[in-house]
Design a protein around this ligand. Structure first.
Ligand code: FAD
Length: 500
């Protein structure tokens, strides 16, 4: 597959002043650009992307077996049919994104190798002045825009989360991070230990086990997995009908959404029954003699963390085959030959993979100032998870953590285009989220409620993110089914958006 960036006419020449600057050319940035180009063809916009090509997550993560952990009928765009099997490889996702760019002529709007360091809002000029570092240049350039649309994801691409353990320097083997996978790493015939049991570990382990001597998944505590056949009877029948691509995509999307809705409802109404089912599925694959209690019985309720879908139960079949195994324990320290665990057990390793998560960040680490005063985002309250009190003309895409991210990106894109049209109709130059009198002093809650969703990498950095309130429009629901009703119907003149 050729993913070399095509030279873009506007990439090196052209404007530095825009109506809208989109930051990030991952799936959210492409979605934003698509919506802008279709619904507001006269809008002058550019996508600024620090990497040298599109894809975001799917360009950064190049580890063996990289694939989506949610289905592409909902992770793919609402507007571009996905016709493959539900789970896609990283390369397939990049191809899909490249096609989306090409079909909609979006590359000419995209400037790769542009890292945005800061943005300064001037109320007088009603514009952002954005400081941009271009690859290979020693001085930053300034660009200006009326509106900033942040599609920078939720973690730092340049810096994986690398926890430390005692005596790591003593280890004679290699320590690698999935976000920073060495292209030439040869794991064939090696003893590999993967630290972690989230979606990344579940993806990596079957892929590594194909050639490694043995792969051990070392987890502190168990995780839920959802083994799902990639070709069930329903999908086979649907394929046999030879439907147009958009029909097929639409029906499959509805099916996955329906299944998800049922699971969400059950996780609230009968969490233990659902937990027993997921644990029972692990037992069915691994056999009655396997120690499910220790390795696959989580202590939390399902849905507190994203449940990783494992296509055709591949993680379980790999463990069943003996090519991989699970150890549930704590690391005491590294040794020359591997790891010493709290139980006293020694794990031999040639390669240790730290699948321990991401370094969360807010708005691509942009330093924001408003009329010269630096914004402390952690002190602001979010408006529908899209805008922030005290920060004019800036929207941001933060997708779903339990459902497919893009479901929300699509809804946010519709909302932002509607907001821009509303501002045009009002003849105003700026919009800022502001608490009404009745919202003053309302209880503040973290960006993601730990009672609701609580993976480790979130708890570590939650304090850096803006807060939510206790009522609309100051809530982040993390619920597609309510957002798809409330966002399109949201009143843009309810007094929480101040226009000037
Ligand atoms: C391994 C892995 C697998 C995942 N699988 C799924 C899945 O199956 N389903 C799902 O829903 N979610 C999944 N996610 C979550 C995933 O990150 C999102 O779903 C989605 O890809 C995010 O897209 P995005 O465009 O919003 O952000 P990203 O993909 O993070 O892209 C952000 C882009 O912004 C650029 N950028 C950031 N800051 C700046 C700056 N200051 N200046 C210029 N450019 C900047 C980055 O370089 C990057 O290209 C996965 C995450 C990981 C790490």
């Amino acid at each position: 597959m050729d993913i070399t960036p095509a030279p873009s006419k506007t990439a090196s020449q052209g404007n530095v002043d825009f109506d809208v600057l989109i930051i990030g050319a991952g799936i959210s940035g492409i979605d934003a650009a698509y919506h802008l180009s279709k619904t507001r063809p006269d809008t002058r916009f550019a996508i600024l992307e620090s990497m040298d090509d599109l894809g975001g997550t799917w360009r950064t993560h190049r580890f063996p077996g990289i694939r989506s952990d949610s289905d592409l009928f909902t992770f793919g765009f609402r507007w571009k049919p996905w016709t493959g099997i539900p789970i896609a490889t990283g390369d397939e996702i990049l191809s899909y994104l490249n096609e989306a760019m090409a079909e909609n002529d979006l590359r000419r709007h995209t400037r790769f190798g542009h890292w945005v360091e800061s943005a300064d809002w001037s109320s007088k000029a009603q514009r952002w002045a954005v400081k941009v570092w271009r690859s290979g240049e020693t001085e930053p350039v300034e660009m200006t825009c009326r509106f900033l649309w942040m599609c920078s994801g939720y973690y730092r691409h340049s810096e994986p989360y690398r926890p430390t353990w005692p005596d790591m320097e003593q280890f004679d083997g290699q320590i690698v991070h999935p976000q920073d996978w060495p292209a030439d790493l040869d794991h064939a015939d090696k003893q590999v230990v993967v630290i972690g049991s989230g979606a990344t570990a579940a993806t990596l382990i079957p892929a590594l086990a194909k050639t490694a001597e043995h792969v051990t998944m070392l987890q502190r505590s168990p995780t839920y997995y959802y083994p799902k056949p990639m070709m069930d009877e329903f999908t086979t029948t649907l394929r046999a009908l030879d439907l147009p691509d958009d029909w097929f995509h639409d029906i499959m999307r509805r099916k996955f959404l329906h299944d998800q809705q049922v699971t969400v409802r059950r996780s609230k109404e009968e969490p233990q029954v659902l937990a027993d089912e997921l644990i029972g599925a692990a037992r069915a694959y691994l056999g009655e003699d396997y120690d499910i209690e220790t390795h696959f019985t989580p202590s939390y309720q399902p849905w507190r963390q994203r449940i990783a879908m494992i296509p055709d139960g591949d993680l379980f079949t790999t463990i069943r085959s003996g090519k991989a195994s699970v150890v549930t324990d704590q690391i005491e320290r590294f040794t020359g030959a591997g790891l010493r665990l709290a139980s006293g057990k020694e794990l031999k390793a040639d390669i240790v993979v730290t699948a321990t998560g991401l370094t969360l960040n807010a708005l691509g680490d942009l330093v924001l100032t408003v009329d010269g005063a630096q914004v402390d985002l952690s002190q602001s309250i979010t408006h529908r998870g899209i805008m922030f009190t005290g920060v004019p003309n800036l929207v941001s895409v933060f997708g779903y953590l339990r459902s497919s991210w893009t479901l929300r990106a699509d809804l946010v894109s519709d909302y932002v285009c509607r907001l821009l049209a509303h501002m045009d109709a009002k003849g105003v130059g700026s919009v800022t989220a502001a608490l009404r009198e009745q919202d003053q002093g309302m209880p503040e809650r973290p960006w993601v409620d730990p009672e609701n969703f609580n993976p480790g990498y979130f708890s570590r950095s939650l304090h850096l993110l803006p807060k939510q309130g206790d009522r609309q429009p100051w809530l982040i629901t993390q619920d597609y089914f309510s957002d798809r009703e409330t966002l399109p119907a949201a009143d843009l003149d309810d007094g929480t958006l101040v226009y000037a």
